[in-house]
Design a binder for this molecule. Structure first.
Ligand code: PLP
Length: 391
């Protein structure tokens, strides 16, 4: 049995060997991609080659890929009232986000806090399309154009959102659609045109690239969010600053590798996840799996044992050699129950016990079996602790 087993791929994925090799090669390239000499042109070539690979992963034209410092920055770049389209230079008055978005979207980007509204989700963790349509119709009747932001798949539950339906509803009401595909890209098919997204965010480190690189992809050239960073005019004026050539090269290599093995990896991970969930339920039948009735990413499971505390579970599993994460977030020294589970109507007590296990292309069947052995040990202690607390 290995010393450590990494089962937290939704937090970040290990660097793919192809990405590491591309980064090491790029670190030896001295030029600035904006310079006209040979060294500069060599660096430019690395950036443009990566742009094509990232574009291919999401079915976009490479000139519509803007490199950023990650998913968070791409979301910030997308979420601005100052977004121009071919027929509309006035921008968007309101931002509608689903209640389960990553905090980098939920915080509203560059919209004023009172211009941001949350759209509820169903108990299965899927956006409530009727609520979205109703709210958009009301805004359209007042002549208020909206930007809608809905994630392709949720980072905690893995629940996949009905993006093409969201797109149809948004476009029908004259709204624009931004999709945070950070968790979905490389794991399920994510084609910007098929999805109907106007803007799409992806992040390198979730698909085996380096941390600190991401991209905002546009559906057409006329769509222009106001830049966050102004200066040297890099990235077609959308993101100034000398490009992080090595990180971008690693991102491109990871995107290419993820795209090549996506279908085979997804089938393998779905089988591993099914094995994991069946065995978890077998040894702890009272365990609840969140979002299990909805379509989910093949690699993600979020579950809770009633009465157990997630922090204790995560620490105990860590001591057993497993890296997993808790659905609860710790801020200012307090553990807060997940906003995702709260939006799905899960009680705070149950949500506080939620543990996320996320798999990746390196996860093996033996990792799942060893995890179950550890879970049997840990769950016993967790239940005892819970009973002690209740007494
Ligand atoms: N969006 C989602 C759904 C995420 O899960 C994350 C990271 O966890 C982000 C955005 C932020 O991406 P990054 O870490 O590249 O800033």
């Amino acid at each position: 049995m290995p010393d450590r087993t990494y089962l937290d791929w939704n937090a970040t994925a290990p660097l793919r060997p192809q990405a590491r090799a591309a980064m090491v090669a790029a670190l030896n390239c001295a030029g600035n991609p904006s310079s006209v000499h040979s060294e500069g042109r060599a660096a430019r070539h690395l950036v443009e080659d990566a742009r094509e690979k990232v574009a291919a992963l999401v079915g976009a034209e490479s000139k519509l890929v803007t490199f950023t410092s990650g998913g968070t920055e791409a979301n910030m770049l997308a979420l601005t009232p100052a977004v121009e389209t071919a027929g509309n230079k006035t921008g968007c008055r309101r931002l509608l986000v689903s209640a389960i978005e990553h905090v980098s979207v939920r915080d509203g980007g560059r919209f004023a806090p009172d211009a941001v509204e949350q759209v509820p989700v169903t108990p299965r963790g899927v956006i409530d399309l009727n609520a979205l349509a109703g709210r958009l119709a009301a805004l359209a009747a007042k002549g208020e154009r909206a930007l809608v932001s809905v994630m392709a798949a949720n980072n905690e539950t893995g629940v996949i959102q009905p993006i093409s339906e969201v797109a149809a509803i948004a476009h029908e009401a004259g709204a624009l659609l931004h999709v945070d595909a950070v968790q979905a890209a490389g794991r399920i098919r994510c084609d910007i045109r098929e999805l109907g997204a106007d803007l799409l965010t992806i992040s390198a480190h979730k698909l085996g690239g380096p941390k600190g690189a991401g991209a905002l992809i546009r559906r057409d050239e006329a769509l222009h969010p106001a830049p966050l960073m102004r200066g040297g005019g890099q990235e077609r004026g959308l993101r100034a600053g000398t490009e992080n050539v090595a990180a971008i090269a690693g991102f491109g290599a990871a995107a290419e590798a993820a795209g090549r093995t996506r279908e085979a990896d997804a089938a393998r991970m779905a089988a591993l996840r099914a094995r994991l969930e069946a065995r978890l339920k077998g040894v702890t039948p009272e365990l609840i799996i969140f979002g299990a009735e909805a379509e989910r990413l093949p690699n993600t499971t979020l579950f809770a044992l009633p009465g157990a505390k997630a922090e204790t579970a995560v620490i105990a599993l860590d001591l057993e050699g497993f890296a997993v994460s808790s659905g609860a977030a710790c801020s200012s020294g307090k553990v807060q129950a997940s906003h995702v589970l709260a939006a799905m109507g899960v009680s705070p007590a149950l949500a506080r016990g939620s543990v996320r296990v996320s798999l990746g292309w390196m996860t093996a069947e033996s990792d799942i079996d060893h995890f179950i052995d550890a879970w049997i040990k840990v769950a016993r202690a967790l239940v005892k602790e819970g009973q002690g607390m209740a007494a």
